[in-house]
Structures are given as structure tokens and as C-alpha cells.
Write a protein that binds this ligand. Structure first.
Ligand SMILES: NC(=O)c1ccc[n+]([C@@H]2O[C@H](COP(=O)([O-])OP(=O)(O)OC[C@H]3O[C@@H](n4cnc5c(N)ncnc54)[C@H](OP(=O)(O)O)[C@@H]3O)[C@@H](O)[C@H]2O)c1
Length: 360
């Protein structure tokens, strides 16, 4: 590992891009050297390009305010020559994103992506660092396909499943057969605030386009295994979800029901959650929460307002574990959707890949 890595943010003016800036500007391993967005923003100072779209509580950091925004599509070779790797979160058509990310990888610039375009490419790992850090091995097969030495793409999963998959994962050893989850998702997940989406005040919208499909399919890739240079999806558990948009600024909650082949006791489950630690905790990565899963005994927890910022928004909160009449157990989970669920999760993935030597 080097002492410092130069990083670029592709989609720097967007909601996720802004979050990357606030998470990275004081990072112990990384220095932001490139900000890029569409041709509409290219050539402008970052402060002018982002303008009134800046939605973070913090001010724009002084180190990036005057940086001139580059053109994410037209300046690929130039950007690749100025960074060790890029984070990517852009609002473009899926096939355009797929092509853009591959172009960066082929320019020998690793891409850590928040976009969904490559989530189902079989040799692109979709990593939740505490759960499937071992999927990083597939990068070698991907590099062979792309014909690259160091360029590759690694993706972050959807934010909805970030709340419940971590709590189910340490219980997989009991043979999880069925999962039902209903998610209650914050408006920042749609890139919105109450100012930009006033219709969400005192409202609930029982539909988020494409979200239920992602919530049911993506966990099976995360729990999949590597075979012949591809990630093969897990066959179980069967998962069904309903995803609702609720009037909350940040924080996705999930009400979860689970059945097992070998039903554990409540005490065993709580012990598994308390003891669960993955590679980020073992490697002591800068954005790793010390305790990944926090279990609350109080009946009225976890609440968004008090729990979403736990461990810098990188922990997952769980509560209300009890027996169910139709499934074995039910419980409630919550995670910060733009921190652990988006930019923070991607930064932790980048830290994992850096510690494993993929960014050298
Ligand atoms: N769990 C997760 O990982 C997660 C969570 C939330 C969002 N996302 C994904 O992250 C991505 C960005 O979301 P967001 O909420 O940040 O969107 P956003 O606020 O709309 O920002 C979009 C960004 O894309 C840039 N852009 C648009 N068209 C472009 C083009 N043709 N070439 C280059 N850049 C272009 C924009 O630049 P201009 O300002 O110049 O237009 C802006 O920087 C989406 O794909 C979204 O699905 C993932």
C-alpha cells in the first residue's frame, strides 16, 4: 500500500458525489485530485457548477471549492492519468453508464461505482465489505476479459437491502429459507430534500420504481459464490419485498420476517449479531464501524432520529426481535441510506480494495 492515493469523483455535482466530497476531503489515505460531471458543469469552478444543488449540512470544503470540473465523458484519458482510481455516481442511461465505467477501467483506472449498471455483470463484484469481501478475487477474471493490468469495476449494492441483509447474514448458518421485508425509504434515496420534494411532507408513496426487484435479486449475488470466473447467485433464501417512500430525510428502515431450516433461539441470534465482525473490522479500515450491528432492547428502537448517525452513519441498527406466527422470527432494521447505503459504503469498499492491493 502507498501512503496516499489520488482519487477522482465522477458525478461530483450530484447528491452522492457531494457526499463523497464530505467523506473524502479529510481522508487519511485519499486526496481528491479530480472532480468531473457532465459537459454542463465542465470548465466551471466546483462551487459555481454545484451552485444551489449543494445539499450537505457542511460547507463545501475549501480544498475543492475552486477546483475546475472536468468532463466525465470527454476527458477520460486525462482523468485516468491524474488519479489512482475514481468513485462514480452519475445520472445517465444504463447503457451509457456501462460504457463509461468500462472506458475508465480500460484506461487502467479502477472504478468504485454506486451506479446499478454493472450490478449484474457476472465478473463485477458487488461488495458489502463485512459480508462478501472474498468476491474481490473475481477482479482478476474481469481484468482478463477487459484486457487490463489494473483497471476494473467494483460496485455497491442498492441502499434498500443495506438495512436488512447485514442482519440476516450472520444467521445464514442456520439455513435461512424465506425472507419477507417491507422497507420504509427516505427521500434522499431519490436525490431529494423536503425543499425539492414538498409533496412528500405528510405523505407516503407506496411505489419506488425498480426497487423491489433490486431488493429481491441483489442479495442473492452478494450471497453467491465464484465459479469459473463468474459470480453464481445463491439459490436461497427466497426473498419477497415491498418498498415504500416515507417522509423521512435520511435513513431506510426495514420490517423483516425470516424462517430457518434449523431455527436458532433468540439468545443465539442476539449473540451472533453482537459478535459479527468482518474484514473491515479485522483490517481496522478508516470507515469501518467498530460494532457493525447494534441491537436495541427497547421496544421503541431503532428510531431514525437517534440511531441513523451511529458510528458515523456506518453501523446498522436492529431491534424488536421476536417470534412470529407465520415465519420463525420478525425484527426491524435501519441504516443511513446516503452514508452506509451509498457513498460511505462505496468508500469502505474502496478502503477494502486498497488494503488488499487492488489500487496499487
Ligand atoms: N445505494 C447506492 O449506491 C445509491 C444510492 C443513491 C444513488 N445511487 C446512484 O448514484 C447515481 C447518482 O445519483 P445521485 O442521486 O447523486 O444523482 P444526481 O444528484 O442527479 O447527480 C447526477 C450526477 O451525474 C452527472 N451527470 C449527469 N449526466 C451526465 C453525463 N452525461 N455525463 C457525465 N455526468 C453526468 C451530473 O452532472 P451535472 O451536475 O453536470 O448534470 C451529476 O454530477 C445514480 O446512478 C443513482 O442510481 C446509488
Amino acid at each position: 500500500m502507498k501512503n496516499n492515493y489520488k482519487v477522482g469523483i465522477i458525478g461530483a455535482t450530484g447528491m452522492v458525489g457531494q457526499r463523497f466530497i464530505t467523506l473524502l476531503h479529510n481522508h487519511p489515505w485519499y486526496t481528491i485530485t479530480v472532480l468531473a460531471a457532465s459537459s454542463r458543469s465542465a470548465g466551471k469552478k466546483y462551487e459555481d457548477a454545484v451552485g444551489a444543488k449543494w445539499a450537505m449540512k457542511e460547507e463545501i470544503p475549501g480544498s475543492v471549492k475552486d477546483m475546475v470540473v472536468m468532463d466525465a465523458g470527454a476527458d477520460i484519458e486525462k482523468i485516468a492519468s491524474q488519479v489512482d482510481f475514481v468513485f462514480c455516481a452519475v445520472d445517465m442511461k444504463k447503457d451509457e453508464i456501462r460504457a463509461l465505467e468500462e472506458a475508465y477501467a480500460k484506461a487502467e483506472c479502477p472504478v468504485v461505482s454506486n451506479n446499478s449498471a454493472h450490478r449484474h455483470t457476472p465478473d463485477v463484484p458487488m461488495i458489502i465489505p463485512e459480508i462478501n469481501a472474498d468476491h474481490a478475487q473475481i477482479i482478476e477474471s474481469q481484468k482478463k476479459r477487459l484486457g487490463t493490468k489494473r483497471g476494473f469495476i467494483s460496485v455497491k449494492s442498492n441502499c434498500s437491502l443495506q438495512s436488512y441483509v447485514p442482519a440476516i447474514h450472520p444467521l445464514m448458518k442456520y439455513g435461512v429459507t424465506k425472507v419477507l421485508a417491507t422497507t420504509y425509504q427516505a427521500i434522499s434515496g431519490a436525490g431529494k430534500t423536503f425543499q425539492s420534494w414538498p409533496e412528500m411532507v405528510d405523505n407516503l408513496i407506496p411505489f419506488i420504481g425498480g426497487e423491489e426487484e433490486k431488493s429481491e435479486i441483489e442479495p442473492l449475488k452478494i450471497w453467491g459464490h465464484i465459479e469459473d470466473g463468474k459470480i453464481v447467485d445463491a439459490a436461497v433464501p427466497s426473498i419477497t419485498t415491498q418498498c415504500l417512500r416515507v417522509p423521512v430525510s435520511d435513513g431506510h428502515t426495514a420490517a423483516v420476517f425470516v424462517s430457518f431450516k434449523d431455527k436458532p433461539t433468540i439468545e443465539q441470534i442476539k449473540k451472533d449479531w453482537a459478535e459479527f465482525a468482518g474484514e473491515p473490522q479485522k483490517l481496522n479500515l478508516p470507515h469501518a464501524p467498530k460494532q457493525f450491528l447494534h441491537y436495541f432492547e427497547e421496544d421503541n428502537q431503532p428510531q431514525i432520529a437517534s440511531a441513523r448517525e451511529l458510528e458515523g452513519g456506518m453501523a446498522v441498527s436492529v431491534g424488536r426481535l421476536r417470534e412470529d406466527t407465520q415465519y420463525d422470527y420478525k425484527f426491524v432494521c435501519m441504516s443511513h441510506n446516503t452514508l452506509r447505503g451509498a457513498a460511505g459504503g462505496a468508500v469502505l469498499m474502496a478502503e477494502l480494495l486498497t488494503a488488499k492491493g487492488f489500487m496499487d
